[in-house]
Design a protein around this ligand. Structure first.
Ligand SMILES: Cc1cc2nc3c(=O)[nH]c(=O)nc-3n(C[C@H](O)[C@H](O)[C@H](O)COP(=O)(O)O)c2cc1C
Length: 160
C-alpha cells in the first residue's frame, strides 16, 4: 500500500532542492511557473527532466511549443519564485515592477536575467504519472551566470 500523501509530502519536504522557473512561448504568449521537480538525467545526450502538473497553463504551453527553458534562480530572486508560483495571467508584465529583466533567447524561450543559468531544452520524450507530466528535455543551449542559489526546504525558501 502506498503511504498517505500527507506523510509523503512531510517526508519529501526535507529534501533540499534548488528553485527554478520553467518558461516557454506558445502562440506568441510567454508562460512560466516555479518548479522544484527538476533533475539532470544524463550527459549523453545532455538531458534533464521537468515534472509539471498537467493542469498548469505552462504544462499545456510546453506541449504546444515542444520546447522550454529551465531558469535556475539566484538567492535574491525569491519575489520572482513567488510570482511564478501564482496563476496570475500577467506574470511577465509584472517582471519590470520587480526590477527583473527578461530576454527572449535565440531558442525562442524566455530567459530571466539574473538567473544562475538558463538551460534551453527541446522535448525529447514525455511520460505521465498521476497528476503530472514528465518532460525529458534535450539540452540545446546553456547560458551561465554567477551568484548563490535559492533553495527550498520544508515549505520555505532558503536564501543564504
Ligand atoms: C517552491 C515551489 C515549487 C513548485 N514546484 C512545482 C513543480 O515542480 N511542478 C509543478 O507543476 N508545479 C510546481 N509548483 C506550483 C506551480 O508553480 C503553480 O501551480 C503555478 O501557479 C502554475 O502556474 P501556471 O498555471 O501559470 O503554469 C511549485 C510551487 C512552489 C511554490
Amino acid at each position: 500500500m502506498p503511504v498517505d500523501s500527507a506523510d509523503y509530502r512531510n517526508a519529501i519536504s526535507r529534501f533540499l532542492t534548488g528553485v527554478t522557473i520553467v518558461t516557454t512561448v506558445a502562440d506568441d504568449k510567454p508562460s512560466g511557473l516555479t518548479a522544484t521537480a527538476i533533475a539532470s538525467v544524463t550527459l549523453e545526450p545532455p538531458t534533464l527532466l521537468a515534472c509539471l502538473n498537467r493542469h498548469s497553463s505552462t504544462c499545456q504551453a510546453i506541449i504546444q511549443a515542444g520546447r522550454f527553458t529551465v531558469n535556475v534562480l539566484a538567492n535574491d530572486q525569491t519575489d520572482l519564485a513567488k510570482l511564478f508560483a501564482s496563476r496570475e495571467a500577467d506574470k511577465f508584465q509584472r517582471l519590470a515592477e520587480l526590477g527583473q529583466g527578461l530576454e527572449i533567447s535565440a531558442f525562442g524561450t524566455p530567459h530571466l536575467m539574473g538567473a544562475l543559468t538558463s538551460i534551453d531544452c527541446a522535448v525529447s520524450a514525455t511520460t505521465d504519472i498521476g497528476t503530472h507530466r514528465i518532460f525529458f528535455g534535450e539540452v540545446h543551449r546553456v547560458r551561465c551566470g554567477e551568484g548563490s542559489p535559492l533553495g527550498y526546504f520544508r515549505g520555505a525558501f532558503v536564501d543564504r
